[in-house]
Structures are given as C-alpha cells and as structure tokens.
Design a protein around this ligand. Structure first.
Ligand code: MEV
Length: 323
C-alpha cells in the first residue's frame, strides 16, 4: 500500500494578532520546529490515528463515520481534515495517519493547524489530486474553522508557504516577504494559552465597546503595514518601536498577562529593540527583537524572570514531503 510522510513548520506571529481575525493584516514567520504526518492507504476502509504527542493511540472509525460521535480533542483536526478531503475528493480506501512533533503543543506554535496541513498535503499527493497551495490553504482553513469556529488562517498559511508572510484574513492576501536578518529571542512563559477562549473574550469586548476595539484594530493594522515596510528596508530600530506600540494595543485589548509582561519588561531593560507577546496572549510566547550585541543579555534577562528561551530559527521552509 502507498505511504508518504509530510512535514510542516510551526509559526510565530510578528505583528497583527487579533486584528487579523477581523479583516486586517498581520506578519507571520514560520519556525524550524516541524509537525510530521505519515499517511498510509489501507484496504479496510477505516480511518486510524496514532498521535502520541496528544495521547492518541489506536484511535479508529469507519471512513463513512468521520466527524460523527465523540471525538477526542487530540484527534479532531486530523479527523476533520480527512473528512473534508474525502467530501471533495472521494477515496475508495482507508487511511492510517501517524503524527509526530518536533515541538510541544504547549508553546502555541500552531501544531493543530500544521498537522491539518500535513494530512491534507499527504492525501493530495497520495490521491494524485496534487492541490496547489491556495487549494490546500482553503481546505485546511475550512478544517480549522469547522473546529474552532473563528480564526484568521495565518497559522495555516505559515505551515503551507513557510518563510515570512504578509497575510490578510482568510488568505485574501498571502504575500511572501524576503526578510533575512531578523534576529529574535523567543521566550516561553511556561503557561499554555487557550486561543479559542482568548478570542472569545476579545469578541465580548468588541460587543461591549465596538468603536474602541475597532479603533485598536485599525491602529494595529497601521503598525503592521508600517512594520512590513521597515522590515523590508531592514530598519530594525523602527520595527522594534512598532513592536512596543503593538504590545500597548494588545494590553488595551486585555490579552497580555503578568508573566508575559515580566518577560517583555526584562527583555526591554536588557536592551531589546522591541518586545511583544506573540499569538493569542494569556501565556505562550513573547518575542524580543535584538542585535548581536544585546542577544545574550536579553536571553539571560528572560530566564532570570522565569521565562524559557527557545532556540529556534525563523523563516523555515513550508510544507514538504520527507524522504
Ligand atoms: C492566535 O495565535 C492569533 C489570533 O490572531 C488568532 C488568529 O489569527 O487566528 C488571536
């Protein structure tokens, strides 16, 4: 039977989180921590999943029952990915999926979206449909929305295209940017954030204070647009300032946290050009923009206040088959 292994990178939001859920732009980069999925065609018409990184072992059900009944949370994205694929491109065989991850799902690097992309890419290759990136994006984004209800799709785009992207909600624009020298320190708070819950709290705030929150989104979008230009020019001093301003707006939205603030303040005091949370907020990671001269001091400062520095490189390659 045929079998293929596909990998896709995780992501780090640079600018524009939350605003990008509501028709604005963001800047995202792919990180060199990859999710992997091995997908195998079987002749028993069953869907089988082993996903040790989310405690799923020997999970299975008939292919025509996908999406029904009780689904363990660790199996949802892969199961819905297969379901959405076969609804569009019917298969006459079963599918066995085994996933593996370079990184912990705790970090907020988008492991669910990356595994969705891996599975859909693998099915696209195995079935001979060979979906292009945009079709792969649309099917992956649909899968994420089926489960989460809300989300911009920026993490799906990072997993597919890799590199650093300028992205607008729902993939209206996906523009790869050539940015090489960006030097970031990534600090993990040790706290797992629940993106869906935080997005819901922001939505409540929008309902309560629509004009104020729309103004914040507009301001974040303006920063994102300016940051894109300054990143392409390599004007890192300005990019750092924009990160600080973006963080102020995220504080106003109420998505920062004590631990994130401690890491951000420590990074700034140690000489970072700018620092902000990355992703939904509430925990997960912060990023600090540094120079060669300040990198070590910023890393030490983050660790001193209880953060974990994650030694990752960015601009990682997008989804690909592994040999
Ligand atoms: C979460 O990592 C980033 C958000 O903007 C959600 C999204 O864009 O899907 C909060």
């Amino acid at each position: 039977m045929k079998k293929i292994t596909v990998s896709a990178p995780g992501k780090l939001m640079l600018f524009g989180e939350h605003a990008v859920v509501y028709n604005r732009s963001c800047l995202v980069t792919a990180v060199d921590q990859r999710m992997k999925a091995t997908v195998e065609i079987t002749d028993d018409n069953m869907f089988c999943l082993d996903a040790p990184e989310v405690d799923i072992a020997g999970y299975q059900k008939p292919m025509d029952c996908l999406g029904t009944g009780e689904i363990p949370s660790g199996a949802k994205f892969v199961e819905f990915a297969v379901k959405n694929f076969i609804e569009k491109y019917p298969l006459t065989y079963g599918v066995k999926v085994t996933t593996a991850s370079d990184f912990s799902s705790q970090f907020g690097f988008g492991s669910s979206s990356a595994s969705t992309v891996c599975v859909l890419k693998a099915l696209s290759e195995l079935s001979g449909k060979k979906l292009d990136n945009k079709k792969l994006f649309d099917l992956s984004y649909k899968t994420v929305l089926d489960i989460q209800g809300k989300g911009s799709g920026f993490d799906v785009a990072a997993a597919i295209y890799g590199g650093t992207l300028y992205f607008v909600t729902g993939g209206k624009v996906i523009e790869p940017l050539t940015i090489n020298e960006i030097s970031l320190v990534i600090g993990y708070t040790g706290i797992k954030a629940d993106t869906v819950t935080i997005m819901a709290s922001v939505f409540e705030k929008m309902k309560a204070q629509p004009e104020r929150v729309e103004r914040i989104y507009d301001a974040i979008e303006k920063l994102t647009e300016d940051a894109k230009i300054k990143m392409l020019e390599g004007d890192w001093e300005r990019v750092g300032k924009f990160m600080d301003f973006n963080q102020e707006y995220l504080r106003d939205l109420g998505v920062s946290s004590e631990k994130l603030e401690a890491l951000i303040v420590a990074a700034k005091q140690a000489g970072a050009l700018g620092a902000k949370l990355s992703g939904a907020g509430g925990g997960d990671c912060m990023i600090a923009l540094v120079t060669n001269d300040t990198k070590k001091a910023v890393e030490d400062a983050i660790e001193k206040v209880g953060g974990q520095v994650l030694p990752l490189s960015i601009n990682a390659a997008g989804v690909r088959s592994e040999v």
